[in-house]
Ligand binder design. Sequence first.
Ligand SMILES: [Zn+2]
Length: 356
Amino acid sequence: MAKLKPGVVTGDDYLTLLEDCKTGGYALPAVNIVGTNSANAVLEAAAEAGSDVILQLSNGGAQFFAGKGLKDSAQAKVLGAVSAAQHIHTVAEAYGVAVVLHTDHANRGLIGWVDALVDHSERHFKATGAPLFTSHMLDLSADSLDFNLSESARMLARMAPIGMSLEIELGVTGGEEDGVGHDIDSSADNSHLYTQPEDVLRAWNELRHIGHFSVAASFGNVHGVYKPGNVELRPEILRESQALVSKTHGLETLPLDLVFHGGSGSEKAKITEAVEYGVFKMNIDTDTQFAFAHPIGTYVEANAIAFKHQIDPADGTPYKKQYDPRAWLRKAELGMVERLQEAFTDLGSTGRSLTR
Ligand SMILES: [Zn+2]
């Protein structure tokens, strides 16, 4: 019998999914979406792969979802995330896979954004018995560990009673995601790019009794796709954190649920190794952005005249079919669907949906 019903999963169903990832040795892609085109493309890709999937919004993605024309950007970030979640709740079940709904990096300035979204999930919980989102991320890695963990504890205490999970960040992911991020020091010491196992243990001690949390751990991963540089991916860092928590508390070998940020452009062998050490979620944005954009570029080149004239100035041919946004947006969706098949394969999740 299927372990999960298709549609958005939260609470215990989410934990069932994470447990299966870990015992099955696979992970799920977490894809950033900015509108219904990208949301539907991710769902279509997951249905085609027979994999469960994670959809997430950055604060900028959420704002874009509500509309860049809205004057109050803070309000737009809340409304856009809620709107995206409602859309996904409406259609996800029809795609036949389990869907995790998440929001990406929120630094100190965006704590209010997450609190406002938890307000919405509380209302949704009262009405339906489930939160609107599965989980949120608080990225306070630029602040002190004290502040990071005390604020994460406060947020998790709000989220846990309504079946929500929190992703925190320890150590820093290089590069930036929507204005939240850190420069890579190309000159020397990049030890801050590697999570310290002692910090992970402290997070476990301070958060685990409150509720479920996952850790975006840094092991040399970088947002965006760059030429190979001087920051080396060292997934064994993840194993060291797992071992310390496991040994200290006498737990199973992989007690932590880990998240791999900056998955775009990463070496396949390092991805496999990271999954072995307990990564259940790998974020992908840059590669799927390109997969969305590239077919549009090809299409515009091939149909250049239709983007300049409604009717051919020479022979009167109408070009409505060519410039209809559905024609080229569909190409973009299919580009994303195709690129994501590679991600499901890399992470070993193809054909493993718990709804089957
Ligand atoms: Zn990230």
